[in-house]
Design a protein around this ligand. Structure first.
Ligand SMILES: Nc1ncnc2c1ncn2[C@@H]1O[C@H](COP(=O)(O)OP(=O)(O)OP(=O)(O)O)[C@@H](O)[C@H]1O
Ligand SMILES: [Mg+2]
Length: 247
């Protein structure tokens, strides 16, 4: 694979292209992300795949500025992110951290931090994640899956231009998974670029326009989803989708 990979679609979205330029990230002398380069210009949904410990969460954290590369750069429209660019992004983590407030207050708190007029209708958003009837409940009393749905709603409050999700449906029942997938598809058509990590290959097939596959901190494949599932550019990726890759 060449160092920089391109997938061609329209350049309509703000924050695009997102470009990793030979990005490395180390901790305690270990290279956890190893000279990763790619250029994302597709406005659709990008899915990050890879085995446990491959570096997927770190890759996303680097995009959101929570970790800083030791080498290389992450660029948005050709520049390193500043505060203004960060404010156009939202990220949902593997483990939801909610405020000790009611469900609706978790949303209104975030809405008030941003420009209120840009915020979505909060009740409508709660209904979209199936939590309208729980709006006055303390958020911390929600079940694990409900907390995950609330975190997604909270991330969507200010209609981010870039939405980063770390296994957003990992602990959800099939009905809730469908609900979230519908919501993601809706936001994808509302000008939000979505990048998410999943271990659910069927979900990746359903939603992804392109796939980033990483293994041991290295970019092994970056392809349109159809091509990836047909014939991935990497033997590791082939082993992974056939259920044969052991980390
Ligand atoms: N602060 C750190 N110090 C040392 N090692 C770390 C640190 N953070 C992450 N790692 C290691 O980096 C590797 C990649 O971690 P990461 O969380 O990105 O994996 P992942 O691909 O998201 O895996 P999973 O599918 O299990 O969530 C792991 O082996 C992890 O132990
Ligand atoms: Mg992870």
């Amino acid at each position: 694979m060449s160092d920089t990979n391109l997938i061609k679609t329209q350049l309509e979205y703000n924050l695009l292209p997102i470009e990793y330029c030979s990005v490395s990230f180390h901790k305690s002398g270990i290279r956890l992300i190893d000279r990763v380069s790619f250029k994302l210009i597709s406005k659709g949904i990008t899915v990050i795949l890879g085995p446990n410990g491959a570096g997927k969460s770190i890759l996303l954290r680097l995009m959101h500025g929570l970790d800083i590369p030791n080498e290389g750069k992450v660029l948005f429209e050709g520049v390193v992110a500043d505060e203004k660019i960060r404010r156009k992004q939202a990220m949902v983590f593997q483990n939801a951290i909610l405020l000790r407030r009611s469900v609706i207050e978790n949303l209104s708190f975030v809405a008030n931090l941003h420009q209120p007029k840009k915020s979505s209708n909060l009740i409508e958003l709660l209904a979209e994640v199936g939590l309208a009837d729980k709006q006055h409940m303390p958020a911390r009393r929600l079940s694990g899956g409900e907390k995950q749905r609330l975190s997604l709603a909270r991330a969507l409050v200010c209609q981010p231009e870039l939405l980063l999700l770390d296994e957003p449906t990992a602990s959800l029942d099939p009905y809730s998974v469908q609900m979230i997938e519908t919501l993601l598809s809706k936001f994808r058509h509302r000008n939000t670029k979505i990048i998410f990590i999943t271990h659910d290959l069927n979900q990746a097939r359903r939603l992804a326009e392109d796939i980033i596959f990483i293994h041991k901190g290295k970019l092994e494949a970056f392809q349109p989803a159809d091509a990836f599932f047909e014939k991935p550019d990497s033997d590791f990726a082939q082993a992974f989708i056939s259920g044969r890759l052991i980390f």
